[in-house]
Design a protein around this ligand. Structure first.
Ligand SMILES: Cc1cc2nc3c(=O)[nH]c(=O)nc-3n(C[C@H](O)[C@H](O)[C@H](O)COP(=O)(O)O)c2cc1C
Length: 193
């Protein structure tokens, strides 16, 4: 379908048992039900060095960063579940955003992976605030590089108890509100397309 919204979905955690990987998969279901084509990636499969401008000048952009960036460029939007580290964004997520923000040639327009894209953000944490403070920073970073971030977001606290054995949220209202983020992102992209 030519007009079908294309969404790239990932979590800002590499951890195998990541709560945020579970959470973003719930939002993916909502997006798919609303008609989006969603590509889920695990950032653990795309290891990249810590951004260093000298490294970039000598060796260029790492292959895995190019791969992730290409998938971003080809998407209309992002579903991102972002864990909170020390009240902020994880180094994995920031590093990925930074590498994908770099142009690969002089002719490439700035921030081609981000400008005009839409995103929905969410978080899960064992703590009571669910990673809410980190989302403030994630939202700010994305908006400053040209991404339209949905006003709605979800932060799921007490994450050790929040998910059932299938990876869904035990609380039905939480489950449908996270699915709703995927649905709302899809609807927004459809309107903009
Ligand atoms: C370096 C570090 C800092 C953390 N800081 C916070 C924090 O500020 N707030 C919070 O709610 N959880 C914090 N946590 C706990 C994470 O929320 C928890 O490890 C969570 O499981 C990470 O997400 P994941 O399950 O998707 O990997 C921190 C964890 C680490 C490793």
């Amino acid at each position: 379908m030519a007009n079908q919204p294309k969404i790239l979905a990932f979590a800002g955690s590499a951890r195998d048992a990541s709560f945020n990987k579970k959470l973003v998969k719930i939002a993916i279901e909502g997006a798919r039900k609303a008609g989006a084509e969603v590509n889920y990636i695990d950032l653990k499969d795309y290891p990249m060095p810590l951004f260093d401008q000298d490294y970039e000048a000598k060796k260029g952009i790492p292959e895995n960063a190019k791969k992730v960036k290409k998938m971003m460029v080809e998407s209309d939007g992002f579903l991102i579940s972002a864990p909170e580290y020390n009240s902020s964004i994880t180094p994995l997520l920031k590093n990925t955003i930074d590498w994908a923000s770099r142009a690969e040639s002089k002719d490439e327009p700035p921030l081609s992976a981000y400008k005009g894209k839409c995103a929905a953000i969410m978080s899960a944490s064992p703590g009571g605030l669910g990673g809410l403070r980190g989302l403030v920073h994630v939202r700010s970073i994305l908006e400053n590089i040209g991404v339209i971030v949905l006003p709605n977001q979800r932060a799921i606290g007490s994450a050790y108890d929040a998910f059932d054995e299938t990876g869904n949220l035990k609380d039905e209202k939480q489950q449908s509100s996270v699915e709703g983020l995927g649905e709302q992102l899809t609807q927004l992209i459809k309107k903009l397309k």
